[in-house]
Design a protein around this ligand. Structure first.
Ligand SMILES: *Cc1c(COP(=O)(O)O)cnc(C)c1O
Length: 367
């Protein structure tokens, strides 16, 4: 039986999206970002589909351990690094690369005497003011780490772009310039440079100058656009996830009838109402506005009233013959997740990350 709410994953498209990264950055190595359960698509499932990536990145140590315990041998970087000596031990035990972004980490590394077992990505804060050392202190930290025996040389260098999705803004070029200048200060001569990494998906797609030794695509691997003004499909990407459900009730409404919690939607004329078995308990955004498109039998109809935990309501004025059991698409083929994100005042990242345990995952190849 088809579950009430399910997500279909087209995993074959992951390789296509990875290929798109390669075509944008042909000379770069690819660190595929699969944090947060592979952006909600399933960590191991996505890791499996990304055999051709050069490395993986996750946010946290436990995500890296999860990959190792599943037998994954590929290089894995932990973007938030470690915060205490015990966590460093875990990184070393499971051979995970650490991002080093604050002074406490440097102290911990200096206190760990062993030869060259810890691969690191030293992070420069070029203006995002989240993780990373300031340009002023960067060289000094680099020199300390050069002499810390635990560190595997050469040290890799990275930064993160704060505004790469804004193609017109000046911030991104300023960040790239600051990164390059700071790196040049460390390597004034022709001695072998560290490998560097700057670009996330938006950087890869929009900022040629951000393409260095390594790129770090996340959202584009899942076929989703990092830009508010376009869809993944328009960028030549193939979406991986579609979210589906079905009608569970159809009824007639009279002028003046109110729909849903707080009765926020009031019929201005008689219509047919459809109730769909999906809600915020499944990860459908509670803030999706009246008018957010939903596909019923492949045709667009507007969401009306409030999103409940297990249900949403739609206006079936254009489909008076729809009936319980008819298929519903919340996003997927014919309805880009980017469009739903706009209607819910959010970004598509949160929608795919937010699909809950209750939603049954179906791999398209199994259909
Ligand atoms: C999440 C993340 C990425 C990937 O970002 P996308 O916008 O999904 O491509 C890259 N680098 C770092 C440091 C990140 O935290």
């Amino acid at each position: 039986m088809i579950p009430a709410a399910y997500a279909v994953l087209n995993l074959e498209a992951v390789a296509h999206n990875l290929q798109k990264v390669r075509s944008c950055a042909p000379d770069a190595k690819i660190m595929a970002v699969i944090k947060a359960n592979g952006y909600g698509h399933g960590l191991l499932r996505i890791a499996d589909s990304l055999q051709e990536a050069d490395a993986f990145a996750v946010a946290r140590v436990d995500e890296g351990i999860h990959l190792r315990k599943a037998g994954i041998k590929k290089r894995i970087a932990v973007l938030e690094g470690f915060t205490c000596a015990e966590e460093l031990e875990e990184l070393l035990k499971y051979q995970l690369d650490a991002v080093v972004h604050c002074a406490v980490q440097v102290d911990i590394l200096e206190n760990r005497k062993e030869q060259g077992t810890c691969a690191i990505w030293l992070k420069l804060d070029t203006g995002m003011n989240r993780l990373g050392f300031k340009p002023m202190e960067f060289n000094a930290v680099y020199q300390r780490l050069m002499h810390a025996s635990i560190i595997k040389q050469p040290i890799n260098l990275m930064t993160h772009l704060a505004n790469a999705d804004d193609k017109e803004g000046a911030t991104t070029l300023t960040q790239i310039k600051l990164f390059n200048e700071t790196v040049d200060l460390i390597f004034p001569s022709l001695q072998q440079k560290s490998e560097c990494s700057i670009a996330n998906s938006a950087g890869i797609l929009a900022w040629q100058a951000a393409l260095t030794d390594w790129v770090r695509p996340g959202v584009m691997l899942y076929g989703i656009s990092p830009f508010p003004e376009s869809t993944g499909k328009q960028l030549g990407l193939k979406p991986i996830m579609g979210l589906y459900s079905r009608l569970i009730a159809v009824k007639s409404l009279e002028e003046g009838d109110k729909v849903g919690y707080s009765g926020t939607w009031i019929c201005d004329k008689a219509t047919t109402l459809g109730v769909v078995a999906i809600g915020y308990g499944d990860g459908y955004p509670r803030h999706a506005k009246t008018g957010t498109p939903v596909l019923v039998n492949g045709q667009r109809v507007p969401l009306i009233g409030r999103v409940s935990m297990d249900m949403i309501t739609v206006d079936l004025a254009t489909q008076p013959n729809a009936k319980p059991g008819d298929p519903v698409t919340l996003w997927g083929d014919g309805l880009p997740v980017e469009e739903i994100a706009l209607a819910a005042d959010t970004i598509p990242y949160t929608l795919v990350c937010g699909v809950t345990q209750r939603v049954q995952i179906v791999e398209k190849s199994a259909l």
